[in-house]
Design a protein around this ligand. Sequence first.
Ligand SMILES: Cc1cc2nc3c(=O)[nH]c(=O)nc-3n(C[C@H](O)[C@H](O)[C@H](O)COP(=O)(O)OP(=O)(O)OC[C@H]3O[C@@H](n4cnc5c(N)ncnc54)[C@H](O)[C@@H]3O)c2cc1C
Length: 273
Amino acid sequence: MKAPALEFHRPDTVEAAVAILAEGDGAARILAGGQSLVPMLNLRVAFAETLVDIGAIRELAAIEDAGDHIRLGARVSHARIEDGEADGHCSGMLRHVARNIAYRAVRNRGTLGGSLAHADPAADWPVAMIALGVDVEISGSNGNRKLPVEEFMVDVFTTALQEDEILTGICIPKACPDLRWSFHKMRKKAGAFGEAIAAAVHDPESGFCRVVAGSSAIGGPQRLNLLETALQEGPADDDAIRDALTRTIGPLDRYEMQIHTVCLRRAIEEVRT
Ligand SMILES: Cc1cc2nc3c(=O)[nH]c(=O)nc-3n(C[C@H](O)[C@H](O)[C@H](O)COP(=O)(O)OP(=O)(O)OC[C@H]3O[C@@H](n4cnc5c(N)ncnc54)[C@H](O)[C@@H]3O)c2cc1C
């Protein structure tokens, strides 16, 4: 099956892209790597009259050192992160997450911004970005705004983006060189989406500490504040993890509870040792 006929634009500035989105009145969509959007258009589970390809907007591909944070343009690909272009700031965490997304052909085209904007509940970057406490930058007809990524990720396949807005950048706070992190993804085979994902991050210098779980079964990324004290102060046994999952997300069936518990335990243990 192929997508219906579409109007196609390839602007070279963010302002021009925003103007096309605004004119589209809800029927125009950004095309980044196309790894999620194109199959969905072909299968007719996503709809658009106009596609706005951001592949020619150079500023969206930049990786910059911005003082207290590193700024990644929204169309930086998973492959560039895997190849270490953004390394040196999160002790290898970004590279680890990128290299475990799908397979290289998908990583060559798929983008960090596309993954966040798509908000697939099984995706890896939303979990990792919430664990790292990043902010996202957004441009639209009413100007620019910046918000914490956990406010950006509103629900399953739903973000805080308005119809005329583009996600332009991701600002990752610089951590100390001794940052402790762990990212676990349980999947049935290499290249597949995770059935359970867990990330834990602890910066011993600033005290910053986060534990995040993710998967379709739990409705996307969930920050587990109840486990963040355990990460710094004491062991997190399986009962404590199950309790935190139930109190944060609600009841899970035995299989889902078990794989999320194991993933979280491994992530917490790895950060604590
Ligand atoms: C076979 C396969 C396996 C995969 N496995 C995994 C996996 O294991 N883990 C994982 O996390 N992901 C996986 N993915 C998804 C992959 O990471 C995609 O790259 C990602 O979900 C979407 O990024 P994209 O750049 O291709 O976005 P697109 O497909 O171009 O866009 C996705 C959506 O986001 C919107 N959008 C994109 N960029 C912006 C922007 N800058 N501003 C506003 N809106 C924007 C688009 O309008 C569209 O609605 C897989 C994909 C495939 C095809």
